[in-house]
Ligand binder design. Structure first.
Ligand code: ARG
Length: 463
């Protein structure tokens, strides 16, 4: 192979073919072309402002880079493996298009700080997309919540029947998870938006650069404080991966519940035809493959987080080529997170709940046992004693194959003589829900407050 035109001056031979293939990153870092061009244009404008190149040259560079972008977007750009990466592919084409001025673009810059800014721009753009996708999902969940404020289902602990809750309350629990994910991203973005450009290879440069103006030009408020740290820091990638990891944790919890609730033994929801698949052998099947696949995506998302941490572990200062391994995992993470959030939003919008099945399920499992205990406390029994009496009532009902509310007043009075007919009111699941108006509780007024708060969040966060 011939020597590399960007760095081959001191070499008499190019890299072996196998080595060129091994180090090549343009096959995937070409996805960063738009961010690389934005960063280069900002750098060129700054070189012009600072008088390091002429204003005319700066303008020529910016225009030439626009042309390169257009070629890429039209699919006319010819990517060359011997040019290693997106940066050198773009710069080489720029020079072909505008001549020798193209060779001035890299003044006062190294690929080490260049790739840092390019990738930070890419990650920042990705995070904004995630935030929009999260808002879309929160909107879908809250719309279903709004429609199901009166629908009740058994709330579970240990996956066992516990106490009735409203479906709105259940769905809003997921809204808050995704709202926290969005706020975690907002915090992460603050650190992503720090420009390393100006750090050059590792030590800064002798040219009178104005790095802050480049940062501001690309929409970043801040620059690095230390050039060694600037070119080798990939904390921001780890943080973005960990935001992704929690998003997929939350998605996979929601998936698991949809899978479970779609099982006919629960029958709480019907899978939309457009989001379900059939079986090639069992004609009756309607499978929740979409949810299963999304639950399974957790594997790769967690893997990318672990992968990035491992790349960074033990790296000496400053730039090391190991860092090139930051991109493929994040590209895959980005694709997986965007598609998963968008698919889940669509799925939730189309989901049909079956309130009758949920109401039916509220009747079994002694969901109203706590109500009976609280009723006894109201009569003056200490809670522990009320708990014990209620336990006896459950055992009695179970032995007769009855529900608590089906026990006669005499049967109940055999356990505690002061029980009177008003007990049957509190044993109604709707009453149990209605009375839980503590902050963030499942009572309808509390839920309405939650819903209003989610809507305010949506107004502030919907793009
Ligand atoms: N492609 C490299 C990366 O993604 C950037 C180039 C820096 N390479 C170098 N040999 N200094 O990290």
């Amino acid at each position: 192979m011939g020597t590399n035109q960007s760095w081959g001056g001191r070499f008499s031979q190019g890299p072996a073919q196998m080595v060129a293939d091994y180090t090549d990153s343009q096959t995937y870092d070409r996805h960063l072309y738009a961010q690389d061009i934005r960063a280069s244009q900002a750098h060129a404008r700054m070189l012009g402002r600072q008088g390091i190149i002429s204003e005319q040259e700066a303008a020529t560079l910016v225009e030439g880079l626009d042309k390169v972008r257009q070629e890429i977007e039209d699919g006319r750009f010819v990517w060359k493996r011997e040019l290693e990466d997106v940066h050198m592919n773009i710069e080489a084409r720029l020079t072909e298009l505008i001549g020798d001025t193209g060779k001035k673009l890299h003044t006062g810059r190294s690929r080490n700080d260049q790739v840092g800014l390019t990738f930070r721009l890419f990650v920042a753009d990705a995070l904004k997309t995630w935030q929009n996708n999260l808002a879309e999902l929160v909107e879908a969940l809250s719309a279903q919540a709004e429609a199901h404020q009166e629908t009740l289902l058994p709330g579970l602990t240990h996956l066992q029947p516990a106490q009735p809750v409203s479906l709105a309350h259940h769905l809003l629990a997921y809204c808050w998870m995704f709202i926290r994910d969005a706020s975690r991203i907002a915090d992460c973005v603050k650190r992503v938006q720090t420009s390393p450009l100006g750090a050059a290879a590792l030590a800064g440069t002798t040219y009178p650069l104005d790095p802050l103006s480049v940062a501001n030009d690309v929409g970043f408020p801040a620059i690095y404080d230390n050039s060694l740290d600037a070119v080798s820091d990939r904390d921001f990638v780890v943080e973005a991966h960990s935001c992704a990891a929690l998003i997929i944790v939350h998605l996979s919890r929601l998936c698991e519940e949809c899978i479970l609730f779609a099982n006919p033994n629960f029958g709480y929801l019907r899978l939309p035809d457009t989001y379900a698949t059939g079986s090639s052998i069992m004609p009756q099947k309607k499978n929740p493959d979409v949810c299963e696949l999304m639950r399974g995506k957790s594997g790769r998302i967690f893997g990318h987080l672990m992968g990035m941490l491992t790349v960074l572990k033990g790296l000496p200062l400053a730039y090391n080529r190991d860092l090139q391994e930051d991109k493929e995992g994040f590209l895959d993470c980005h694709t997986s997170i965007c598609s998963s959030l968008a698919v889940m939003a669509g799925f939730i919008r189309e989901l049909v709940f079956v309130p009758e099945r949920m109401a039916e399920a509220c009747k079994s499992g002694f969901l109203n046992a706590t109500e009976l205990a609280d009723y006894l406390v109201g009569l003056g029994h200490p809670f522990r004693e009320a708990h014990h009496i209620t336990g006896k009532a459950v055992a009695l009902a179970e032995s007769c194959g009855l529900r608590l509310e089906e026990l006669s007043l005499e049967q109940l009075q055999s356990l505690s003589a002061d029980i009177n007919a008003s007990v049957y009111e509190v044993l109604d699941p709707a009453c149990a829900v209605r009375r839980r108006e503590t902050p963030g509780g499942t009572g309808p007024k509390s839920v309405a407050k939650q819903l209003a708060k989610v809507k305010v969040w949506l107004t502030d966060n919907k793009a």
